[in-house]
Unconditional design. Structure first.
Length: 294
């Protein structure tokens, strides 16, 4: 059943925080899934550069380009006109400088109808956040496990385990908040660090991906929660339904039914009236034959 949703805005999100109601956030990369996520009541959607791995089959997010992101973000916006839509800045679309960052953040807003952008990195990226926010674009920071820096981080693993590294992440969070980020995503950091960062935040929404229950809301990767990414299932992701298995069973059944000639069945095709069929045969018969038949 389709239900009209009210538009989710920044004040709405801060209202949720004020009331202590957790915010729901999911990744999404395509029109039909966006439609379903909006119908389910999901409040925020991230068109993540994880689409490089989940949708395009790259080994990492690094090959993803702005044009890839815009194409997918446009499709998601068409499917979910009312969610709070966040465009994820891909590798090297913002790192080189403030001007490039503002131009690419602006593309998410003007071409795809996004409500905000997200970018990875701590204190070093605070000037990018400041420039984007000064251009009137809401910005979200991303700390902890930041997949664009996976080589430097030494793999997809928990970040901020030691007090010293945790302190660095807490300082980075403050720097991003001071630069104007309205939200920060903490990916794969210990729950207690997430709690500390939330308690220190003054006007900033703290979201968790695998960083425990203390945040203002949760983010999950859609493909992980439905068993749709065959290469691995991160520990932090709960599988809410095994769509991958359902789809694989369906595909195998289709293959088998075509081979055994049980598909298509009579209800799966359309016939033609006898008189139309006979006229057609006459029309298609060779000229000489038609003349002989009169
Ligand atoms: O691209 C993405 O989906 C992300 C998540 C890993 C947070 O940035």
């Amino acid at each position: 059943m389709t239900e009209a949703r009210t538009k989710i805005t920044l004040p709405y999100l801060f209202e949720k925080v004020e009331k202590g109601e957790p915010i729901t956030w999911l990744t999404c990369y395509d029109y039909p899934t966006a439609y379903l996520e909006e119908q389910a009541g999901i409040e925020m959607i991230l068109v993540g550069d994880s689409l490089g791995m989940t949708m395009l089959g790259y080994e990492s997010t690094l090959p993803v380009k702005m044009d890839d992101m815009i194409r997918h973000a446009c499709a998601v916006r068409r499917g979910a006109p009312n969610v709070f839509l966040v465009g994820d800045m891909p590798y090297m679309s913002y790192q080189p400088g403030n001007e490039l960052a503002v131009l690419n953040a602006g593309r998410f807003m003007s071409e795809a109808g996004c409500d905000a952008i997200k970018l990875e990195g701590g204190t070093a990226m605070a000037p990018r956040i400041r420039a984007i926010v000064d251009a009137g674009i809401p910005a979200i920071g991303h700390l902890g496990l930041t997949p664009q820096s996976v080589a430097a981080l030494g793999g997809f693993k928990l970040q901020g385990k030691s007090a010293a590294l945790a302190r660095q992440i807490a300082d980075d969070a403050k720097a991003l908040e001071n630069a104007g980020a309205f939200a920060i995503l903490l990916e794969l950091v210990p729950d207690r660090l997430c709690k500390i960062i939330k308690e220190r935040a003054q006007n900033c929404i703290i979201m968790s991906l695998g960083s425990g229950p203390h945040a203002h809301g949760q983010l999950l990767i859609y493909h992980d929660m439905f068993g749709l990414f065959p290469k691995f299932k991160p520990k932090m992701a709960k599988v809410f339904g095994n769509a991958g298995e359902v789809i694989l069973n369906g595909l195998t059944a289709y293959h088998n039914e075509v081979k055994s000639k049980t598909f298509p069945a009579r209800e799966n095709w359309f016939g033609m009236k006898d008189e139309e069929y006979e006229s057609l045969q006459k029309m298609l018969a060779p000229k000489a034959l038609r003349a002989a038949k009169g």
